[in-house]
Design a protein around this ligand. Structure first.
Ligand SMILES: CC(C)[C@H](C(=O)O)[C@@H](O)C(=O)O
Length: 507
């Protein structure tokens, strides 16, 4: 891809750093790298201007800290800590699902004893969501193991499914864990949420520390309620400027991952601030935080604000304490992004950092489109796709699969009017456009799944997908090609049969 090099030095204590950006997307990002052997000890980066907020409620914290450091401090009962330190962190919520739950339970029983009780039956959330609508016996057995364990331990939050033939006959069943956690009020500012899934970082949208852990760690947390964790240093991303009406949060995070690469934030916090972030809905903030793991990030985090508090209204009765980065907090690097200059992007096969402008891929012929998953199957994702179909008035040219993340999203597709559509719902617009009928909520073909998984790529096809990973084999076939994209771009591509910039339909 054509690229130009820019050099930026915008702050004190910075070094020059060259970054490559697409020639056709001029300089949206500038970067400041902190100087010194241990940057977070010697550098104080001014926090960018933002709306006035209440000061930190951690009280005893005296020295400037980032919000992630403050969450670690509270959870480890410390007043001060620095990145790199290992601390015992008290866990507020532990989540597991059908893929990792059985392994986690096995480790818990092995290490704590066959008759051991979990540390807190109200802090463990168990959500079957991955391999649900399948006749694969081992996948079905995994859900049975979760059910038996939840009965035995009297787990308060188990979102069970028994009737696989009709998900609506299972009122407890939610669907994709990360979205269910948010919708059911398990995500709260200032808290620590650990889950046996790499996209647990999704919950950072609520101003909390949320990260994925392995079964061994989760088995330990299940019994002890805490975990030894290293405090991550923080990269700060300042996104300012008005969001163009053809962009979505997926474009922002693909832009960033393309910039810093899939290892650019390894074991680091990605903190998102700025006027653009403040204007994003909670679902869009989730999309952003969901994919920090695709840059290696330990967690992503957005400061809680009125948007957060409004979303939480009526969802939780647990009190929470939001925390915010101090003016004198130490960031390892700071990136500034002028969102008004960005264009729709995709991640080409086979890596989330293989960024290209959508319009640069207009000759890529596709066989299918997939709209779904934790990062791209929320109500607003479908609303965005519906907007493109509505604006075009045309029919899709390739099979277009729709997999709502949760039962609530599914109901929204049938119940909520799409703005500007004269009362039509998403489901009506999708039907008129010739899409497949919205499927049962679950992780679906985002990660392939058993052979009989709906919309799995069983042939070496080319797919534009709103999901979060495009590794070889990810959606089923090892020779399949996946272009990650926003719901706008996915819908536009469905209408043409080629990777398509949504501006062709949205003006
Ligand atoms: C199955 C699970 C362990 C996995 C993850 O951790 O991310 C999956 O959800 C994914 O998206 O690849």
């Amino acid at each position: 891809m054509a690229s130009s090099t820019i050099i930026s030095r915008s702050m004190p204590f910075t070094t020059k750093k060259e970054i490559n950006i697409p020639l056709s997307a001029p300089s949206p990002i500038s970067l400041s790298k902190c100087k010194g052997r241990v940057p977070w000890k010697v550098v104080a980066v001014m926090a960018p201007a933002k709306s006035p907020r209440d000061p930190s409620t951690t009280g005893s914290v005296k020295v400037g800290m980032t919000m992630t450091e403050k969450i670690f401090a509270r959870a480890s009962e410390r007043t001060q800590l620095v990145p790199g330190e290992n601390v015992w962190v008290n866990v507020d919520v532990l989540m597991t699902h059908d893929v990792c739950g059985p392994g986690t339970i096995g480790i818990f029983k092995k290490e704590f004893g066959e008759n051991a009780k979990v540390w807190d039956r109200e802090k463990i959330v168990i959500i079957p969501d991955h391999y649900i609508f399948t006749s694969d016996e081992r996948a079905n057995r995994n859900v049975d193991i979760l059910r038996d364990f939840c009965m035995e331990q009297n787990i308060k939050y188990f979102y069970d499914i028994k009737d696989l033939g009709n998900f609506r006959a299972n009122p407890d069943y939610k669907g994709v864990c990360h979205i269910a956690l948010a919708q059911e009020g398990h995500c709260r500012p200032g808290e620590v949420l650990l889950g046996t899934d790499s996209h647990t970082c999704n919950a950072g949208a609520f101003g909390q520390f949320a990260t994925g852990i392995g079964n061994t760690d989760a088995g330990f947390v299940m019994g002890a309620g805490k975990l030894l964790l290293k405090v991550p240093p923080t990269l700060r991303f300042v996104l300012d400027g008005e969001m163009p009406n053809f962009l979505l949060a997926k474009d922002l995070i693909l832009q960033i991952i393309g910039e810093i690469t899939v290892s650019g934030a390894t074991y680091k916090t990605m903190e998102f601030v700025g006027s653009t972030i403040e204007s994003l809905s909670m679902e869009e903030r989730m999309t952003l935080c969901n994919m920090v793991i695709e840059a290696g990030g330990k967690n992503g985090v957005v400061p809680a604000d009125q948007t957060t508090f409004k979303y939480l209204e009526g969802k939780t009765s647990t009190s929470f304490e939001p925390v915010y980065s101090d003016g004198g907090a130490r960031f390892q690097q700071e990136y500034k992004i002028d969102v008004s200059k960005l264009e729709p992007v995709v991640a080409k096969p086979h890596s989330p950092d293989n960024r290209a402008l959508a319009r640069e891929c207009k000759d890529v012929k596709i066989n299918r489109v997939y709209i779904g998953s934790c990062t791209g199957g929320k109500t607003e994702d479908f609303m965005a796709a519906a907007k493109v179909f509505l604006a075009s008035g045309k029919k899709v040219k390739v099979p277009t699969f729709l997999v709502p993340a949760t039962q609530k999203v599914w109901m929204d597709l049938y119940g909520l009017p799409v703005p500007g559509a004269g009362g039509k719902t998403c489901s009506q617009i999708f039907e008129e456009a010739g899409c497949d009928v919205p499927a049962s909520p679950n992780c679906g073909a985002c990660l392939g799944g058993p052979k009989d998984t709906y919309a799995r790529m069983n042939e070496p096809q080319v797919c534009v997908s709103t999901t979060n990973r495009n590794f070889p084999g990810r959606m089923g076939h090892k020779d399949g090609q996946i272009y990650l994209a926003s719901p706008y771009t996915a819908a536009a591509s469905a209408l043409t049969g080629f990777v398509t910039d949504p501006r062709e339909f949205l003006q």
